[in-house]
Design a protein. Sequence first.
Length: 49
Amino acid sequence: MDLMSQSKNSMSVLGIARSLKEEGNVYFKKGNFEEALEKYYAGVVLICF
């Protein structure tokens, strides 16, 4: 997944990271912690690298 190269600027990167966090929240509320963690981790990686 190379979301950073698809992004035009840092605001769209933050938007993608925010969406990943929201998806993670949905999985977390359903008790699917593994999927939630994957979404949260993808968001952190996107922002940090």
